[in-house]
Design a protein around this ligand. Structure first.
Ligand SMILES: Nc1ncnc2c1ncn2[C@@H]1O[C@H](COP(=O)(O)OP(=O)(O)OP(=O)(O)O)[C@@H](O)[C@H]1O
Ligand code: SF4
Ligand SMILES: [Mg+2]
Length: 319
């Protein structure tokens, strides 16, 4: 399968003003590399505040003004400039936003889904397509004339999903699509992603819900303190987790209720307090000398990636 999106060594930081006029760089995301292929669901799994929405906004070119972005974001093998991002946003790449607050409270649902068009024929065509997709997502014609406050949580989610699909995108970025939804609506939402995948769409599913990721993703990219520490095949989250590579990923797997809820001590260091060496050093039971002062790089091992000195050339296990 062709790679649709390649995020290469992306870092996002903010200038933070401390006492007096001192400033320091607050790195939220560091050296982030991942890719999404056609007809694939890649989940990005990270805790709250780990920079997941910033990643989505970096791809779409809608980062806040005070953010510094470094690295490369490629679509179909071509590096995207800010202008390119603006051109393909809402067309080839669309966002299912994290919050229903992205909906304009003063605009009727159908009007905001279609967007502004001067040409009457084009407008009629868009309207017909909107109705067709909305129908498919179980949104009856009354919904078209409603305002956002009149929608239930599930309906609002379906509006966001169908609006994102109106432009027939090749890549969909879904930012936390499941929180606050009842079980039935979560199932329904995840089914939408399966359907997109069947249609050849690439999906970047941003979530802190490991269950959602395990249910639909082909691969899972795991964030820790702003670093991708592993990109695993979803099927490797099975058995005793023996095919998972990073100690944190293994710990996450063991913490699942079905695997005994074994929690790792300590907490994930936040931006500004990340140790000099491996970000997982303080909690790692396998740490060795080198891990304290040197930061491991993300390396490829077959069809997986990992950021840990235990693996790769010169790794402790000599692989
Ligand atoms: N405009 C900004 N200025 C300074 N720091 C910011 C700004 N926007 C975000 N941040 C920092 O970036 C961090 C990551 O934000 P982001 O919204 O991407 O997290 P997230 O992983 O999407 O969290 P959640 O799961 O809660 O949605 C925040 O915790 C905050 O410290
Ligand atoms: S690099 Fe060292 S500290 Fe970090 S996860 Fe691997 S073994 Fe543990
Ligand atoms: Mg977010």
């Amino acid at each position: 399968m062709e790679s649709l999106l390649d995020v290469e060594n992306v870092s996002i930081s903010f200038i933070q003003y401390t006492k007096g006029l001192n400033q320091r760089n607050l790195n939220v995301i560091t050296d982030l590399t991942l890719d999404v292929k056609e007809g694939e669901i890649l989940a990005v799994l990270g805790s709250s505040g780990s920079g997941k929405s910033l990643l989505a906004h970096a791809i779409l070119g809608i980062l806040p003004e005070n953010a510094n972005l470094n690295g490369n974001i490629k679509y179909n093998g071509k590096t995207l400039s800010q202008k390119d991002k603006e051109e393909i946003r809402g067309k080839e790449i669309s966002l299912i936003p994290q919050s229903v607050n992205f909906l304009d409270p003063l605009m009727k649902i159908s009007d905001q889904a279609i967007g502004y068009t001067e040409n009457d024929d084009e407008k009629a065509e868009k309207k017909a397509k909107q109705r067709e997709i909305f129908e498919h997502y179980n949104l009856s014609s009354e919904v078209d004339d409603m305002y956002p406050f009149q929608l239930s949580g599930g309906m609002a989610r379906r509006v966001l999903v169908s609006t994102a699909l109106l432009s027939s995108p090749k890549l969909v970025i879904a930012d936390e699509p499941t929180p606050g939804l009842d079980e039935k609506t979560v199932k329904e939402t995840l089914n939408h992603f399966r359907k997109m995948k069947e249609d050849g769409v690439g999906v970047l599913l941003i979530t802190h819900d490991i269950h959602a990721a395990l249910e639909v993703a082909d691969r899972i990219s795991i964030f820790y303190s702003g670093y991708v520490i592993e990109i695993a095949q979803t099927k490797d989250f099975s058995g005793d987790g023996e095919n998972l590579l990073h100690p944190y990923t293994k710990a996450l797997f063991k913490a699942l209720p079905a695997n005994g809820f074994e929690l790792t001590k300590g907490h994930q260091p936040l931006h500004g307090e990340i140790p000099e060496g491996c970000p997982f050093y303080d909690r790692c039971e396998m740490a060795f000398e080198k891990c304290k002062n040197e930061r491991p790089k993300l390396i490829s091992l077959g069809n997986k990636k990992v950021r840990c000195f235990k693996y790769g050339e010169g790794g402790e296990d000599g692989t």
